[in-house]
Design a binder for this molecule. Structure first.
Ligand code: 5GP
Ligand code: ZN
Length: 112
């Protein structure tokens, strides 16, 4: 049984606010936004973290989705932060690869 919360969002078993979707990737709003723009870009395939992102086609699709979301959210000109927490030391809580897009305000220099 797959208990992954992001797989459930992808399968429409739990609701989310989807802002972008294609065959390989989905993007939806983070439920606990840390900035005016806080969107998660997620491959539909259950991949644990960025170290398992080996498929070049999927890599390209993920970064295409990141660009599309940055454009549609209007942070392409202003700038944004792209984060992929990986493993326990980085406090990755959902073990399904996701990229945080954070923006819509001036972010601090602090990165830890
Ligand atoms: P992580 O700490 O793993 O990098 O980030 C996981 C993110 O997923 C957190 O920012 C958290 O707010 C978000 N999140 C956790 N559960 C849900 C959910 O059910 N729906 C949505 N939209 N986001 C979630
Ligand atoms: Zn999953």
């Amino acid at each position: 049984m797959n208990d992954c919360i992001f797989c459930k969002i992808i399968n429409r078993e739990i609701p989310s606010t989807i802002v972008y979707e294609d065959d390989l990737v989905i993007a939806f709003e983070d439920i606990s936004a840390q900035a005016p723009v806080h969107t998660l870009v997620v491959p539909k395939k259950h991949i644990k973290n960025v170290l398992e992102l080996e498929d070049p086609q999927l890599m390209a699709a993920v970064f295409n989705a990141i660009r599309k979301v940055a454009n549609s959210k209007g942070v392409d000109e202003s700038g944004f932060r792209l984060i992929a927490n990986t493993g326990d030391a980085a406090c990755q809580t959902v073990k399904h690869l996701h990229f945080h897009i954070l923006g819509g305000k001036q972010l601090t220099e602090k990165m830890d």
